[in-house]
Design a binder for this molecule. Structure first.
Ligand code: NAD
Length: 452
């Protein structure tokens, strides 16, 4: 599971060889540790003329303890920034895109390693004129390119904030800004996140954003699910960790370590939704967050695939999620403020040779988010998915060496992600403070070239 090459390039000999041969140079990424400041340096905040979010973003970041600089003062004092944040909501015509160049060009080399670039815009569909919509859509090309260009672990994202978002306080945007600026988003780059209306409850302590929440994690015995259970418990949740009976020992170890509860259950069993719902009702009376993480692969090209492989993958990865959602919702076990987060995959976006069954199931998960999010908005329940790329787990350790190396390096960060990176992203979507984020599919893939 270890990336020996990435460790080697951090050594003296490794650095010399990488430079001489022009080899990929995976940077060491800044990851979150509780108690860390949000960013390890000053943040440059700029805005296009007439932008609507700047005042609140200034307040919000200042309140979060961030040292803000403005671009006018910055010209005579060369500095290095932990992040560049730009409010582009005022751009209403392509001719005004020049303001982006004017802001970012002088700062292209001024961003610290593992720095952040965040551009705020208005969803094109909500723009008043075709010209405004065109200009706002153009922002995506900028952020995605910066993600590929700046290097050294710098990530870049576009956040579209709807006009009906609560712009008096911007509490709906706060959790997203905090996630994207922090080390929690180390392996997320080149993404477009939409923040809408939706209720958001900021936590008393941003280091425990899930305090008091009851969270179900499926597939929690190992890999990404085990990392998820640990991260969500660290953030204050009581975790109900579920996995198949055959993984009972590993599951119990995870649950004991984090003071959670272990539930041995095969999700594909006909009575699984009923048994799970009863467990949650009896023990907790509710479940605030449901994370559908359990998943399997049964790879074969379509012509060689037997029906069992097809059926089992669709059932575990997709249909069982639907059955469980239906029962938990029908019995009112997911209260207002609840969250459903499902794990998709970049294979569900790009397709993959030998994985028609898997890619179908994972694209279905995206369909589930698209279709369920608007329906559950009225109940105050958000639905989102993450789509991991190459993550260092037992699953990817089994890929043949050359393919594995290609998967690891073919992204803007030149390395595979860690289970904790997927877990932190799911954590953000699960926070009570993230109620304004719904219907999103966020890739955790280091801006992988696959499915780009
Ligand atoms: P993993 O195989 O290590 O863990 C999956 C867990 O799900 C296992 O503990 C397994 O026992 C459990 N599970 C499987 N079938 C189940 C069932 N019927 N009932 C209950 N539990 C069941 O895999 P992982 O790499 O940790 O992947 C977790 C999720 O992330 C999966 O949905 C996977 O498709 C997705 N994903 C992983 C990667 C990656 O690079 N590892 C990339 C994209 C997506």
């Amino acid at each position: 599971m270890s990336d020996r090459y990435a460790s080697f390039v951090q050594t003296g000999a490794g650095r010399a060889l990488v430079k001489r041969l022009g080899l990929p140079d995976p940077p060491r990424l800044r990851r979150h540790t509780p108690g860390d400041p949000l960013v390890p340096g000053p943040v440059l905040l700029g805005a296009a003329e007439g932008s609507r979010l700047t005042e609140q973003v200034t307040k919000l970041l200042t309140f979060a303890g961030v040292e803000l600089r403005d671009p006018v003062a910055a010209t005579d004092a060369p500095a290095r920034y932990a992040a560049l944040v730009y409010d582009a909501t005022g751009i209403t015509d392509s001719t005004e895109l020049r303001q982006l160049y004017d802001f970012f060009h002088p700062q292209a080399r001024a961003v610290l390693p593992s720095g952040r670039v965040i551009v705020l815009g208005t969803p094109p569909a909500e723009c008043g004129t075709p010209r405004e919509a065109t200009a706002q859509r153009a922002l995506e090309g900028l952020t995605r390119s910066i993600g590929k260009e700046f290097g050294r672990g710098v990530t870049a994202q576009l956040v579209y904030v709807t006009k009906d978002a609560d712009t008096d306080t911007l509490t709906g945007l706060e959790s997203t800004l905090r996630f994207l600026l922090s080390g929690r988003s180390a392996y997320v780059s080149g993404q477009v996140v939409r923040v809408g209306a939706g209720t958001a409850r900021p936590p008393a302590d941003w280091d425990r954003p899930l305090d008091g929440q009851i969270v179900l994690v499926t597939g929690a015995a190992r890999g990404i699910g085990a990392a998820l259970a640990r991260v969500l418990a660290r953030d204050g949740a009581h975790v109900v960790a579920l996995d198949i009976p055959a993984a009972g020992d590993e599951l119990a170890a995870v649950a004991n370590e984090i003071g959670g509860t272990a539930v041995q259950l095969d999700l594909t069993a006909p009575d699984a939704p009923d048994r799970l719902a009863k467990h949650l009702a009896d023990r907790h009376g509710r479940v605030d967050v449901v994370v559908h993480n359990a998943g399997i692969t049964r790879d074969k090209t379509l012509g060689r695939m037997d029906a069992d492989r097809w059926d089992s993958v669709i059932d575990v990865n997709l249909s069982s999620q639907e059955r469980i959602n239906d029962v938990l919702l029908a019995r009112d076990l997911i209260p207002a403020g609840g969250r459903i987060v499902a794990v998709s995959s970049i294979a569900g976006i790009a397709g993959n040779r030998g994985q028609t069954n898997y890619a179908t199931s994972k694209a279905g998960v995206i369909g589930l988010v698209d279709s369920l999010a608007p329906v559950l908005r009225e109940r105050g329940v958000s639905v989102n998915a993450v789509a991991p790329g190459f993550i260092e787990t037992r699953l990817t350790a089994r890929i043949p060496l050359m393919l594995r190396e290609a998967g690891r390096r073919m992204n803007s960060l030149a390395q595979g992600g860690l289970p904790v990176d997927v877990a932190e992203t799911i954590g953000w979507l699960a926070w009570p403070a993230s109620g304004a984020v719904s219907g999103n599919v966020v890739r955790v893939c280091g801006q992988s070239l696959l499915g780009a």
